[in-house]
Design a protein around this ligand. Sequence first.
Ligand code: C5P
Length: 407
Amino acid sequence: MQSGAKALPALEGRRILLGITGSIAAYKAAVLCRLLKTAGAEVRVVMTPLAKQFITPLTMATLSKNPILVEFFDPENGAWNSHVSLGEWADCFLIAPATANTLAKMRTGVADNLLLTTYLSARCPVVAAPAMDLDMYAHPATQENLRALAARGVKIVEPGEGELASGLTGKGRMAEPEEIAACLNALFAPETASPLRGRRFVVTAGATIEPIDPVRFLSNHSTGKMGYAIAGELARRGAETVLVSGRTALPTPAGVERRDVLSADEMFDAAVEAFAHADGAVMCAAVADYTPAEVATTKIKKNDGELTLRLRRTRDIAACLGQQKGSRLLVGFALETDREEENAAAKLAKKNLDFVVLNSLRDPGAGFRGDTNKVTFIDRRGREALPLLSKAEVAARIVDKIESLLK
Ligand code: C5P
C-alpha cells in the first residue's frame, strides 16, 4: 500500500466521491477506496440501493471513514442527504463499478437515486469504470451511451478482457483498482504541471445568427459542441478561459467564463476585446461570411414575386487576431468539402495561424451535430491525421498540441 501512495502523488488531499452501483465488481471498490485513502485522498461513498447487495455499507464506511450515502434522506432522523452539496464537495466523482443501467440513466438524465441526482448536479470531473457482461458491454445501446457520455466529458476507464462473473470470457471486467486510481492521479497531475496554468485563452464556438428582419435570420448547422469541449478542456488544465459563444443549447463548461453573442459583428467585437488580455485563442466558431446588408425593422411581407437579399461580407475574426497576435498562439478550424488539405494550408498562411484543425464533411462521423469528429492537424511542418474520436477526446488532443507549443 505504501508504494501505491508514492505512485499517486496527485491524489494527496483530493476529495473523491466514490459512486458504487450494483455489479459483482463492487467488491473491487473496497480495494479502490483503500488505495485512494492511502494516497492521501478524502473519500466519501454514495451507493445505489442495489449496490448494497454486493458490498455492505459497513465495509465501505469503515474503509472510507465516512458514513455511506444511499437514500435521499436518513429514514431514522429525516436528515437530508444533499446531492448538490455532495457534488460541490467533490474534486472528482468516480463511479466504479458503473453498470450498463447506471450509464444509460446518466446519458438520459434519469435521477431516481442519490448517485444519479448527484451525477446530474456535479460540476467536477466525472470518471466512470464500466463493469458488465461482454454482450451487455458490446451492445450498441451501451456503446452509444458510452460514446455520448465521453463526448460530454465523462472520462471512461475502459474495462479489461478476462473471465466474467457469468463464466464467459471477454471485455467487460471492471478495470483493476490500481489502473482506476492511476487514471484519477493523471486527471489531477497535468493540472499542476500544465503550461496552461495561469494563462488566458479565448475560444469562439457555435453558429452566428445574422438577422434579416425581426423574425428571420441566416445561420448554419454548428452546435458549438467542439468549441465547448475545447473551452472545458483548457479550463480543466488550468487556463483562464473566455468562451465567446454563438447561439447553442449547451451548458457552460465548468470553470469557463462565457460571453454570449449573436451576430458575426458581435462575435468579432467580443473576441477582439477578450484577445487583448489573452495568451492565445482557438477559433472554433462557424462565423457567417456574409450578413444582410440591411436589416428590415419590421417583418418582411411576402408577395408573389422573388425576393432578393443583398449580403455584405463580415469581418474575419481569425484573420484580424492573426495580424495582432505577435508571439501569442492562434488555432483555427477549417471545415472543408473538397481539396481539404490545400484549403487548410492556405488558411494557415492567410490568417497567420499556428495550426489548423481540419475536418472534412466527406468523413463519416465528422463535422456538425454529432458527438464524434475526425480531424487532421496542419501546421508549417506538416500534417497529423487523428482517427475518429469523441469530440471530448479531439479537444484533449488539440489542447495537448497547444501545451506542447507553449512549452
Ligand atoms: O475561411 P474560413 O471561414 O473557412 O476559416 C475558418 C476559420 O476562420 C475558423 O477557425 C473560423 O472560426 C474562423 N473565422 C473567423 N471569422 C470569420 C470567418 C471564419 O474567425 N468571419
